[in-house]
Design a protein. Sequence first.
Length: 88
Amino acid sequence: MKKNKIKNACEQGVEYYFKIELYPVKSDKDKVEWAAEIPDLPGCVGGGNTPQEALAAVEDAKNAWIEIALTDETKIPETKVLKNQTEL
């Protein structure tokens, strides 16, 4: 996806959504924690004690990933626009 296209869309309140994989992870003390990742964005992961925490963390990671990609002019994988925040 072109840098200007994403930058302009973000400035207009368009949010891009990627597939998120959410799964439990058993810790050392038999406690279950949660991990979330976006397979289309290499290294984009988040974790937490609850599914909600993991999803919030991966959302922050996604935003950081896209910001860094825009700065470095790295190609961002194509995704579908699911909703426009300005229309909510």
